[in-house]
Write a protein that binds this ligand. Structure first.
Ligand code: NDP
Length: 468
């Protein structure tokens, strides 16, 4: 029997509206059903959030920390069920860096974030006067989250926002709403009604949220074109925005590396979550002296990873989450092959399902989609380089600037090169390894604002200065 996961409004399950099927990316079968909220449902949720906001904002910080810690405990207590639901709708394997890893990350991120505080700052205390800087909640925040890491990204949007005293209405992707709806249902045990609510939509609710006068801030994770629309409509009534958008992250491999030693790190850097990760390694620049050895070692790791149904305990790699993304990856690979790139492993499959073999190509150059656009899937292009200045210029020549990495056995040389890369985060001998205490965000079109740590928490507040 198919389970329906209702929206969560004002502390209760709410099933007003038409249901829609959510498809299991591994099998093509119905994973469950969600209910599409319309503008009237959104109005009810906003009204509930506005009712809840004054009391929640006035709740002592320590009590809000306790609520977040209780949420961490609830996630831990329901971890296996959440992981199975996530795997069933998203397609990602239970094992590897998959659904169990994601739910474990939710618990860890929530616990860490709950430990943070934002103390007032005294900027001046002299006979001439006193200046205090306080961080106060913004109000009601609309969170629009994607399908790649739906639960973990949901946690990134919700936990710092409520810790800072705001209320949240989260709208998960139509592709993967179920695990977020269940997560928010669990959160009701730890929170007053209206503090966190969840609304699913099978299309069209996003613009209603960005233009709603009762919503004070939009936090969005997704593509650059949609991020631009979010920003444009939020501009009408000067809503705050935090935007975490696409990445086309470069990784530069220096000639002094041990190819076998870095191969696994490169693999997970590029193919974590089947490459469907904003901060995955998407352009791999390898020095000509080690090019062939690095490519061989990387293909060796990639070829050994078992791919299959997410719920199969043996699977380490799953399908692409949806047909739209599959087509983007397929077209990028075809374009690279048409323009002379060399297929080292994988390639465009024959089947009609969403499984796409881990694909690595060499001879990928600017002008190919695989180099110039965010492929966001299990295909990686390798570009050979000789001149350090030229490869740094190439790495920086992109509208995105989310992450980047440098790979070397010489820490000082790697560090010097890291200084020359223009990106929100530069990793050395790893890629995409975000952590809850390290601010994460992009430069250029990769976004506005940061998430995580105290800097991420500050994004959830307005500054209030008291001068006496
Ligand atoms: P989009 O970036 O297009 O985002 C879709 C979401 O945005 C839906 O929830 C939709 O809700 C909402 N939305 C659409 N238009 C508006 C609007 N005008 N105002 C407010 N909300 C809006 O996601 P896709 O799934 O189409 O992914 C496309 C690409 O995005 C991928 O190929 C990938 O490159 C990138 N991506 C990046 C991610 C990241 O982590 N940075 C994550 C996922 C994808 P509704 O339909 O209800 O309006």
């Amino acid at each position: 029997m198919t389970t329906t996961y209702p929206n969560i409004i004002d502390g209760a399950r709410d099933d007003a509206g038409a249901g829609f099927d959510v498809i299991n990316a591994s099998t093509g079968e119905v994973a469950g059903r969600a209910i599409s909220a319309d503008a009237e449902t959104l109005d009810r949720a906003v009204a509930a959030a506005r009712r809840a906001f004054p009391g929640w904002a006035a709740t002592p910080w320590a009590d809000r920390q306790a609520a977040c810690n209780k949420i961490a405990g609830l996630i831990g207590a329901h971890a296996e069920d959440l992981a199975r639901l996530l795997s069933t709708e998203q397609g990602k394997p239970l094992n590897g860096v998959g659904a169990r890893f994601e739910i474990g990350g939710c618990q860890a991120w929530t616990s860490y974030t709950a430990s943070l505080t934002l103390e007032p700052e005294i900027l001046q205390d002299t006979p001439e006067g006193r200046v205090e800087l306080h961080r106060v909640p913004i109000g009601v925040v609309g969170a629009i989250t994607p399908w790649n890491w739906p639960v973990l990204i949901g946690i990134w949007h919700i936990i710092p926002t409520i810790l800072a005293g705001n209320c949240v209405i989260i709208k998960p992707s139509e592709n993967t709403p179920l695990s977020t709806l269940r997560l928010v249902e669990l959160m009701q045990e730890a929170l007053p009604p209206g503090v966190v609510q969840a609304l699913a939509s099978d299309g069209g609710l996003g613009p209603d949220m960005t233009t709603h006068p009762g919503i004070d801030k939009i936090s969005f994770t997704g593509s650059i074109p949609t991020g631009s629309k979010v920003m444009a409509s939020a501009a009408k009534d000067i809503k705050r925005v935090t935007l975490e958008l696409g990445g086309n992250d470069p990784g530069i491999v220096l000639p002094d590396v041990d190819p076998k030693a870095i191969a696994e790190g490169l693999f997970w850097g590029a193919f974590i979550n089947n490459g469907q990760t904003c901060a995955a390694l998407k352009r791999l620049y390898v020095h000509e002296d080690v090019h062939d050895a690095v490519a061989e070692a990387l293909v060796g790791v990639a070829s050994a990873m078992p791919m299959g149904d997410g719920l199969d305990e043996a699977s380490i790699v799953g399908p692409i989450q949806n047909r739209n993304q599959y087509n983007i990856v397929r077209d990028a690979v075809q374009d690279a092959l048409d323009k002379g790139a060399v297929l080292l492993c994988g390639g465009i499959p024959e089947g009609n399902d969403l499984f796409f073999p881990t694909t690595i190509l060499s001879g990928v150059e600017p002008g190919m989609k695989l180099h110039d656009l965010e492929q966001f899937g299990p295909a990686l292009g390798i570009t050979k380089w000789r001149d350090e200045d030229a490869v740094v210029a190439l790495a920086n020549d992109d509208k995105c600037g989310l992450g980047a990495s440098v790979w070397s056995s010489d820490p000082a040389r790697a560090r010097r090169l890291a200084d020359r890369i223009s990106a929100g985060t530069v990793w050395i001998n790893k890629h995409g390894m975000i952590q809850p205490n390290a601010p994460f965000g992009g430069v250029r079109q990769s976004g506005i604002g940061v998430q995580f740590g105290v800097d991420g928490l500050r994004e959830c507040t307005n500054v209030k200065t008291i001068i006496s």
